[in-house]
Design a protein around this ligand. Structure first.
Ligand SMILES: [Zn+2]
Length: 168
């Protein structure tokens, strides 16, 4: 019996002006709405933080990734609240006999800086997962003006998650 499993999640969304100027969706990270003139281009709501957390959980149990479980081609997922993806991943983790110990996320976003909203995001993700806020760490990072992420044309998120067996 494997006591611990580690998972890694990564996501990137192109950022575009909000309608009518562009095709971006309102910027949402970890279920927290952030007022900004640009937002993710996505089939779902484009919550890159929830997508990366979802993939970290699915990866830890060796399940198919978010793109395979919830294909872009499915009209059901148009503008889908990404909480649905995360909750399905969490359900699969429980079903596999594991529980999340902690996760650590890095959000690479040139602007806006997420620092003032990090506590809201931690609380939001912790609530969705039914886990203590202590288990959720989120850091914001700039890309120092380098490439598309640094030019504010994309948001990128990296997550690692540790699971422990609940079967003793
Ligand atoms: Zn995504």
């Amino acid at each position: 019996m494997t006591m611990f499993r580690i998972g890694h999640g990564y996501d990137l969304h192109r950022l575009d002006a909000l309608p009518p100027k562009g095709g971006g969706r309102p910027l949402v990270l970890g279920g927290v709405r952030i007022e900004h003139p640009t937002g993710p281009v996505a089939h779902s709501d484009g919550d890159a933080l929830l997508h990366a957390v979802t993939d970290a959980l699915l990866g830890a149990i060796g399940a198919p990734d978010i793109g395979r479980l919830f294909p872009d081609s499915d009209p059901l997922h148009d503008a889908q609240d990404s909480k649905v993806f995360l909750c399905e991943a969490a359900r699969r983790v429980r079903e596999a006999g594991y529980a999340l110990v902690n996760l650590d996320a890095t959000v690479v976003l040139e602007r806006p800086r997420i620092g003032p909203r990090v506590e809201d995001m931690r609380r939001s993700v912790a609530t969705m997962l039914g886990i203590s806020m202590d288990a959720i760490n989120i850091k914001g990072k700039s890309h120092e003006g380098v490439d598309a992420v640094g030019e504010g044309r994309a948001v990128e998120v990296h997550v690692v998650a540790l699971l422990a067996s609940t079967m003793g």
